[in-house]
Write a protein that binds this ligand. Structure first.
Ligand SMILES: Nc1ncnc2c1ncn2[C@@H]1O[C@H](COP(=O)(O)OP(=O)(O)OP(=O)(O)O)[C@@H](O)[C@H]1O
Ligand SMILES: [Mg+2]
Length: 271
């Protein structure tokens, strides 16, 4: 097998579509023949585990307590996505310490599973654990909606990641836009601001248009690809997966701590 692609999905502002994009991108990649895992690092309530209709017995708290390994808590959704459930419901999990976040990243590094894409769905905001996870991934997706508070938060997130953490491989994913053209326009506006004030350019892959079926799909615990395969957002998620595939593989990440590093090295030595 080839390289592992590790992608973090953040937004700053909550409720702009991180989990929807993580889950639907994951299903799109599965349909395109890839092995995909989501790490639900969003410890809030409406998390990926619920979105995918995956009841799970064990979660991350059992890994942190040393009772289970990541592979033991992973479940496979009906649509074929592997999922590492976050530890929702545990109060203290809402803000992991830096040691706990690092322990999680290390646990991933020693996990032996065949995966092409690992998608890390992080929480809203810019807590320490969010920053740690976004540092540990190879590519960063910042989901943004065309409204002032979301744009301001997306910019704030990029500022911290790009300027303070010196990270690159940051891509904007406009969500709930009217059209691909409107998404590209939103991207260009934000890109110009980032360039002007941060001296940093951000990348673009694809936008996701507003789809009124999204709410019904999530009520039915289905992805858009299953629920409304001919709908506009299903087409957009497949387009996003397709453009993601065209990016060159990255063999190293720019942060200090890295997901899957041991395994990537082992792969290269073994192949
Ligand atoms: N492209 C879209 N079109 C229509 N509705 C959407 C779209 N994307 C997301 N939504 C809806 O917006 C709401 C928030 O989405 P989601 O839960 O994915 O956001 P989030 O960023 O993960 O939120 P949180 O910060 O709480 O984790 C959901 O009801 C979802 O169905
Ligand atoms: Mg979410």
């Amino acid at each position: 097998m080839g390289h592992i692609n590790v992608i973090g999905v953040a937004s700053g502002k909550g409720g702009v579509g991180k989990t929807s994009i993580s889950v639907n991108l994951a299903v799109s990649l599965v349909r395109r023949g890839h092995k995909v895992m989501i790490f639900d690092a969003d410890l809030g309530l409406a998390n990926a585990q619920i979105a995918m209709g995956c009841p799970t017995e064990y979660n991350l708290s059992h890994v942190l307590a040393g009772q289970k390994s990541l592979s033991e808590i992973a479940v496979t959704s009906q649509e074929g996505v592997r999922l590492i459930p976050g530890a929702s419901g545990m109060q203290h999990m809402a803000s992991l310490s830096i040691e706990e976040s690092a322990a999680i990243v290390r646990a991933f590094s020693s996990m032996r599973e065949e995966i092409d894409y690992l998608i890390v769905d992080v929480a809203a905001g810019l807590s320490r654990s969010v920053v740690t996870f976004m540092q540990a991934v190879q590519r960063r997706f910042i989901v943004v909606k065309d409204e002032p508070s979301s744009i301001a938060d997306a910019y704030g997130t990029i500022k911290v990641l790009a300027r303070e953490c010196a990270l690159d491989e940051i891509y904007l994913i406009p969500n709930m836009v009217e059209s691909q053209a409107a998404g590209e326009n939103l991207y260009r506006r934000l890109r110009d601001v980032c360039y002007k004030f941060l001296g940093k350019s951000v990348g673009y892959l694809h936008s996701v248009t507003f789809d009124e079926n999204m709410i019904n799909a999530s009520r039915a615990y289905k992805s858009m690809l299953e629920y409304a395969p001919r709908g506009n957002s299903a087409r957009d998620f497949m387009g996003l997966a397709q453009s993601l595939e065209t990016l060159p593989p990255l063999t190293r990440v720019s942060g200090d701590i890295q997901f899957f590093v041991d395994r990537m090295v082992a792969n290269r030595l073994g192949s």
